[in-house]
Design a protein around this ligand. Structure first.
Ligand SMILES: *Cc1c(COP(=O)(O)O)cnc(C)c1O
Length: 366
């Protein structure tokens, strides 16, 4: 294609021949929702055993051709990441802790027997994607550009061994404020199913974990709840996490408790950030096991005042009520608590460049 040019970054640029008409794009950006509309371009990088990572490019967003025998379609060799780009009031664009996503992506790659992508290449790929579609930032308050880097096994081979060819892609989707005004409390269902077992893939961000969580998630929805909570596989007693968010408990003694990263929990970057912000706010953070029965008793006695879930998509979300087969209980007043609100506001203000960033988390692109 005549318009292809390879920039100094090593990424070829193949502009979309027919980008979304401006009027259509404006309508999407005024009411973006989550994860349904994608921008005009995507980043792609290929891997094979002989050449390693090669053919980095920004190309038109669109369907990809896959051999029906591609390993990902049979054995689910796939990993992903999720992060957001923000447009600041000064017009600049920034990512939040992209190097942490790059490092976690490689940890997931190691667990799924996939090749690592150099961290600098991961961050550059995300940068290329954002800059290619910089006109796709939502115009609504609280909006962001959600980025989804992912990698899958593309080799056509039905034998069971790690594939020898992979593709890495980054796609982008404009995202609205998950919650229009503040954050309403969610209701959660404690599942009888297990998300992750010791020695399994619970700490890797892989599509397979999500596939296994869909029946329990649908069950939670059918029972009228917003989210599903998973307990540990061995004793079905210790609280692990939600389907895609980590959990924190605000105790009456001013401490914050969160389940430890013991291999079955996804190490959330929001979780890590919340721990730092909580310590900064003078709270004691304890990463220790917490049992469902204890939580119920503590909620009833007032020992636990608040509970919240956290992750990139919804940031910090209060948990209002919890139910399992034995019954239901309410956390605090059932609405967002003070500590939850403080941590949420502080994190969002840093992410959006509204306050100084003492941690070096904000990665400016422009
Ligand atoms: C991605 C994810 C999280 C949250 O991680 P963040 O880096 O905070 O977005 C939590 N749990 C699971 C299972 C996840 O996949």
């Amino acid at each position: 294609m005549a318009s292809t040019a390879t920039a100094a970054s090593g990424f070829a640029h193949i502009p979309h021949p027919a980008p979304r008409p401006v009027e259509e794009r404006r309508a999407v950006l005024a009411n973006p929702g989550f994860g349904t509309v994608f921008t005009d371009h995507m980043v792609a990088i290929d891997y094979d055993g002989d050449r390693g990572w090669h053919s980095a490019r920004v190309e038109p967003y669109g369907p990809i051709a896959l051999d029906p025998a591609a390993a990902v379609l049979h054995y689910a060799q796939e990993i992903f990441e999720g992060l957001k780009a923000y447009r600041f009031d000064d017009g600049g664009i920034a990512l939040f802790r992209p190097a942490a996503n790059a490092a976690r992506f490689n940890a997931s790659a190691r667990r799924l027997a996939m090749p690592e992508l150099p961290e600098a290449l991961f961050v550059e790929a995300v940068r290329q994607q954002v800059l290619a579609d910089r006109d796709w930032f939502p115009t609504v308050a609280g909006g962001s550009l959600y980025l989804r880097p992912f990698m899958f096994a593309s080799e056509a081979f039905l034998g069971v061994r790690p594939a020898r060819a992979y593709r890495f892609l980054v796609i982008a989707s404009p995202a609205g404020n998950y919650f229009k005004s503040g954050a309403p409390a969610v209701s959660i269902w404690v599942s009888d199913y297990t998300r992750a077992a010791p020695g399994g893939t619970g700490a890797a961000k892989c599509g397979g974990n999500y596939a296994a969580s869909l029946v329990p998630t649908a069950e939670a929805f059918a029972r009228g709840h917003d989210q599903v909570l998973f307990l540990d596989a061995a004793e079905h007693r210790w609280i692990e996490e939600l389907g895609g968010m980590n959990l924190f408990f605000v105790m009456a003694d001013g401490s914050l408790v969160t389940p430890p990263l013991a291999g079955t929990i996804l190490p959330g970057i929001t979780r890590d950030s919340v721990i730092a912000l909580a310590r900064e706010a003078g709270l004691t953070v304890r990463e220790e096991r917490y049992a469902l029965d204890q939580w119920r008793a503590d909620a009833q006695s007032g020992q636990v005042l608040e509970t919240f879930a956290c992750g990139t998509a919804a940031v910090v979300t209060p948990v209002g009520s919890v139910a399992d087969r034995d019954g239901a209980f309410t956390i605090g007043s059932g609405g967002p608590g003070q500590v939850t609100q403080h941590l949420r506001q502080r994190l969002v203000a840093i992410q959006r460049g509204e306050v100084p960033d003492p941690h070096g988390w904000v990665h400016r692109l422009t």
